[in-house]
Design a protein around this ligand. Structure first.
Ligand code: NIG
Ligand code: FE
Length: 411
């Protein structure tokens, strides 16, 4: 793998302090460890060193890349996406403009159930093409690590098929994918009874996922009108007994005890969280979990935003992700979402940036090698067409990066 010296970097965001201290809370501007007039040395797909001023002779002989005074940052990490689905639900956007809510549409047979039908109708080749196209779009926005969920198969056979699509996608894209089996998203029509459905997913799906190593995570939509904490208990207990790690959709529309349950299950993250109780946020923080805010879903469906102050006060790490999906958030631009989080959730620009890098890596338990440009970390980095982080947060993802590198390779 090639060696590279990136020189003439106007502003290099390394997040080294946070990586060194393994800290994910109380984020200030200084914590971004920004170096001006900097250089970055890469070899074997890893970060070798970085600094300011004169380049040490050992790195000066590497093949050189002129950053032309621009901003260089770690590659972005999107910790919550749903990129495997068939069909189209953009008509739901029009329905919402007409006054219908996300839940009204779901009750009328739209929503997740609609995507379950169209996903089952789609061939695996079509699902893969769609997914690869989306991953390419994410890459264009500087996203080098992506959490990718299933959730539109919703029986063991179809969920496995969607996981196979992700296994194939993993081989074909330059990004690192962290794969999630979202087995309990919404009950499909083929199961008359909810408990029979949960039993099927628990007993037929999870052991097969484990046996074939198809997923890094098991997820469920723990929400009023979908699955209660009680409903998901056997499913997560099974996941735990199989050694499958947990993350979950929690407290988006109403407080249902999902954040508390996430803490109880040792979940790596609880996502959405607008309506999480204070006790739930505190419990999640104490359990070492991350709250993943999904502000683009609030923007897209006009529901309340999560309030960063409530999480900050309770020492809960905050990540920010796109929630890209066919229904509640057909928005794939993570830098745009980071700007939204600053504007509407009350994150500082620095917290927002950390939310889509270092803290997102923690939400995926990849913080030992992703989300910062510290020595030994994966050389996933972005050379922007912008000069400063202040420009980046104000830009709302309008300006594509000039180059994106995954493991030291230009992609
Ligand atoms: O994270 N909330 C549950 N799942 C998705 C929505 C999926 C859909 O509407 O298709 C979400 O927002
Ligand atoms: Fe989601």
């Amino acid at each position: 793998m090639a060696k590279i010296l990136v020189f003439n970097i106007g502003s290099l965001v390394t997040l080294e302090t946070l990586a060194k201290e393994k800290r994910h809370v109380a984020i200030s501007a200084e914590d971004l460890s920004i170096k001006s007039n900097a250089w970055l040395a890469v070899g074997q797909g890893k970060i070798l060193a970085s600094g300011t001023g004169v380049v040490p002779p050992i790195y000066a002989q590497f093949p050189q890349l002129d950053a032309k005074g621009r901003l260089v940052t770690p590659g972005l990490v999107d910790a919550h996406t749903h990129p495997v689905f068939g069909g189209d639900r953009t008509h739901e956007f029009a329905a919402r403009l007409d006054g219908k809510t996300y839940q009204d549409i779901a009750k009328a047979g739209g929503g997740i159930k609609y995507s379950i039908r169209t996903t089952r109708e789609a061939s695996s080749g079509d699902l893969l093409d769609r997914c690869l196209g989306l991953l390419k779009t994410f890459l264009r926005h500087g996203v080098t690590t992506v959490e990718t969920k299933t959730g539109y198969g919703q029986n063991a056979k179809e969920e496995i098929r969607c996981l196979e699509v992700l296994a194939e996608a993993k081989k074909r894209v330059p990004q690192t994918l962290s794969v999630t089996c979202l087995g309990l998203h919404d009950q499909p029509k083929d199961f008359a009874d909810k408990s029979e459905y949960i039993k099927h997913m628990t007993e037929e799906l999870l052991p097969e996922v484990k046996r074939r190593g198809l997923a890094d995570w098991v997820d469920a939509f723990v929400e009023n009108g979908y699955f209660s904490v009680e409903d998901v208990t056997p499913y997560f207990a099974k996941a735990q007994s199989l050694g499958l790690a947990i993350r979950l959709h929690a407290d988006e529309f109403a407080p249902s005890g999902a954040a508390e349950a996430a803490a109880h299950w040792g979940a790596a993250s609880a996502d959405h969280m607008q309506k999480a109780s204070d006790a739930g946020i505190k419990a999640l923080a104490e359990s070492g979990g991350v709250a993943v805010m999904l502000p683009a879903t609030s923007f897209y469906t006009k529901i309340p935003y999560a309030d960063a102050a409530r999480f900050r006060e309770r020492g809960c790490p905050i990540a920010v992700a796109s929630d890209f999906n066919p229904g509640s958030c057909y928005l794939s631009n993570l830098p745009f979402v980071a700007s939204l989080s600053a504007l509407y959730c009350g994150l500082s620009p620095y917290e927002a940036f950390v939310g889509v890098t270092w803290n997102a890596a923690k939400a995926l338990r990849l913080e030992a090698r992703k989300g910062a440009l510290a020595v030994g970390y994966d050389a996933d980095f972005v050379i922007h067409e912008l000069n400063t982080l202040e420009q980046w947060i104000a830009d709302f993802g309008q300006t594509d990066p000039s180059a994106v590198y995954c493991a030291g390779v230009k992609v």
